[in-house]
Design a binder for this molecule. Structure first.
Ligand SMILES: Nc1ncnc2c1ncn2[C@@H]1O[C@H](COP(=O)(O)OP(=O)(O)OP(=O)(O)O)[C@@H](O)[C@H]1O
Length: 257
C-alpha cells in the first residue's frame, strides 16, 4: 500500500498562551474525501497551516507523500483554496481566465502573455468545475458560488494531487451548496483528486464525503463517515457540545436536536 499523502503523527501545537492542538494523529490516504469538522476555535486553521507547511508543530512529525515535511519539495502537489478567497475584492476587474492562469505561476513561474498550453490548461480546469462558459467574464460579474469554483480552478490548474479547502461553502447560496458538493465529489471520483475540507458547519456538510475527522483540540473521531454513529454521546459532547443537530445526514443515525 502507498504511504498516506498526508500523515500526521502525534502532533501538538501551542501558540504563546494557547494550546491549539494536542496529540493529533491523522492520515489522509489517496482518494479520500475527508471533512475535518470542529466548532470555532477547535484548531482547524492551525491544523491546515501545519498541513501546508506554514507553521511547524511544537511536537510530533508530519510526512507528505511519505517524505518528512521538512524535506518535501513538491509543494505544488498540495493545492489550497483559502477561506479568504470568498472575500475577494469584488471591485477588482480581473477576468476568470486571468484569475485561473494565476494558479499556473506556482508551477511555471511568471509569464507576460499566456502560452498556448497554459490556455488549454486554464480551459480544462474551468471545465472540471463547470465554469468553462465564463472564461471571459469578470470576477465581479459572478455569484459567490461561481467565484468559489473559479478559485478551485485556479488551484487545479497547477495539477495538485490533494486539494485542501477551508470553509468552502461560506458565501454560497444554500440552494447551490449541493451542486457545489457534487462538483467536488466528481473531482474526487473522476479526476482522482484527494480532497480535504475543513468546516465548522456540521449541518451543511455533504454526505458526498468518504471520511470524517471530528476535531476539538484533539481528534475525537476519524474514520469512514458511515462509522460516525459509533461515537458515544459523551464523545460527541466533548467534540461539539450540545449543538450538533443534523449530524445523522452524513452517516450515523443519531440526532441531537
Ligand atoms: N495567532 C494566534 N495567536 C494566539 N492564539 C491563536 C492564534 N491563532 C489561533 N489561536 C488560538 O488557537 C485556538 C485554535 O484556533 P484556530 O484558528 O486554529 O481554530 P479554528 O477551528 O480554525 O477556528 P474558526 O472556526 O473560528 O476559524 C483558538 O483558541 C485560538 O484562539
Amino acid at each position: 500500500m502507498n504511504a498516506p499523502l498526508i500523515d500526521i503523527d502525534n502532533i501538538s501545537f501551542e501558540y504563546e498562551q494557547t494550546k491549539a492542538l494536542e496529540n493529533i494523529s491523522l492520515a489522509v490516504e489517496e482518494g479520500d474525501f475527508l471533512a475535518i469538522l470542529g466548532p470555532n476555535g477547535s484548531g482547524k486553521s492551525t491544523l491546515l497551516k501545519i498541513m501546508l507547511g506554514l507553521i511547524k508543530p511544537t511536537k510530533g512529525e508530519i510526512r507528505l507523500f511519505g517524505v518528512d515535511a521538512k524535506n518535501f519539495k513538491k509543494r505544488e502537489w498540495i493545492g489550497y483554496v483559502s477561506q479568504k478567497s470568498n472575500s475577494f475584492n469584488s471591485g477588482f476587474p480581473a477576468t476568470v481566465e486571468e484569475v485561473v492562469a494565476g494558479g499556473l505561476v506556482k508551477k511555471t513561474g511568471l509569464f507576460r502573455r499566456l502560452p498556448k498550453t497554459a490556455k488549454a490548461n486554464v480551459k480544462e480546469a474551468l471545465e472540471a468545475v463547470g465554469m468553462e462558459a465564463f472564461l471571459d467574464n469578470r470576477m465581479n460579474e459572478l455569484s459567490g458560488g461561481q467565484q468559489q469554483r473559479v478559485f478551485i480552478a485556479r488551484a487545479l490548474v497547477a495539477q495538485p494531487k490533494v486539494l485542501i479547502l477551508d470553509e468552502p461553502t461560506v458565501g454560497i447560496d444554500h440552494r447551490n451548496v449541493q451542486s457545489f458538493y457534487n462538483m467536488l465529489a466528481s473531482l474526487n471520483r473522476d479526476k482522482d483528486i484527494t480532497l480535504v475540507l475543513v468546516t465548522h458547519d456540521v449541518d451543511t456538510v455533504t454526505d458526498r464525503i468518504t471520511h470524517v475527522a471530528c476535531l476539538n483540540q484533539t481528534i475525537h473521531f476519524h474514520g469512514f463517515k458511515n462509522q460516525l454513529h459509533t461515537m458515544s454521546d459523551e464523545q460527541r459532547e466533548a467534540w461539539y457540545g450540545h449543538s450538533v443537530r443534523k449530524i445523522h445526514h452524513i452517516g450515523g443515525s443519531h440526532s441531537h436536536d
